[in-house]
Each structure stands twice: as C-alpha cells, then as structure tokens.
Design a protein around this ligand. Sequence first.
Ligand code: 4NP
Length: 162
Amino acid sequence: MPCKLLFVCLGNICRSPSAENIMNHLVEQAGLSDSIVCDSAGTSSYHIGSSPDRRMAAAAKSRGIILKGQARQFQQSDFEEFDLILAMDQENYRNILFLDSQGKYQDRVKLICDFASHHQEREVPDPYYGGTEGFNKVIDLLLDACEGLLENLISTHELTGK
Ligand code: 4NP
C-alpha cells in the first residue's frame, strides 16, 4: 500500500498544486513512485475545476516543475483516504480540523513548513494578490519542505527506491 499524501491550501490553484507536483517530481527522482502518491485540494469552493494559476505555473516552470491538475474542494472522505494531510497555512489547518469534529484524524494533519529545514517561515504565504516574488517564494519554500517531507517518509517507512 502506497503512502498517500494530500496537500491543502485555500483555492487549490496556487500553493497546493505546486506542492503536489514538486513532491511528485522529487518522488520520481527518488524512484519511489510506487510507494508515495500525491494529490491536492482546497478548503474553499472558489475555483473548483480550474487549472493551476498561470502566474504560479510560470514560477514553477522556471524551476523545471510542470503544474498539472484541476482544483477540487477538500471533503470529509479525504480523512479516510489519505495518510497525511499537509496544510499550507494556519487558516487551512484550522479549517481542515474543523471538519474533523470528533478529532479522530487530527494526527494526520500537519503544517507543510514543519518539514522545511532551510527556511524559518511557519506558513506558505498566500501569493494570490501579490507580485511575482510571492510566487517564487512559494516554490522555494515548497522545494525545501517537500525535500524534508520526503526524507521523513523514507526514514519512517524505511522506503527504498528503484
Ligand atoms: P491558493 O491561492 O490557496 O494557494 O490556491 C489562492 C487562490 C485563490 C484565492 C486565494 C488564494 N482567492 O481568493 O480566490
């Protein structure tokens, strides 16, 4: 059974699709595609069905990452479906936990920045209403955090690539 990861932000058009595709890229490089599976979702319904934001896709592409996918909303069944749910910021984190009224799944929900080792930030800032540098910052932070997350998964699940 692969380890299933769900990255969550507000709209599922900027930060979480970047995290999903960066993580897939790192997982493929490590030869672990059979062991780790990634998806992403938004806590809001604002952009359901939309492709990733063009500005976000341009920032990702400049670092060799192609953003694929269409936005969907986080749903209750995701708690059962995924082993680890990675929120981009505190607001997403709170909104996810709010849907877990019995606190049954709270151990599965984490902040993605908890896995970053080269950045001090505790959240991935929402880039939507800002300029280009905000989108580049998202990619830098997520590369760091996803590398840390991959190392963590490799050691806790004793994964070996092929
Ligand atoms: P994301 O960015 O949560 O990283 O996908 C946003 C996308 C859309 C909006 C806010 C943030 N919005 O307000 O529509």
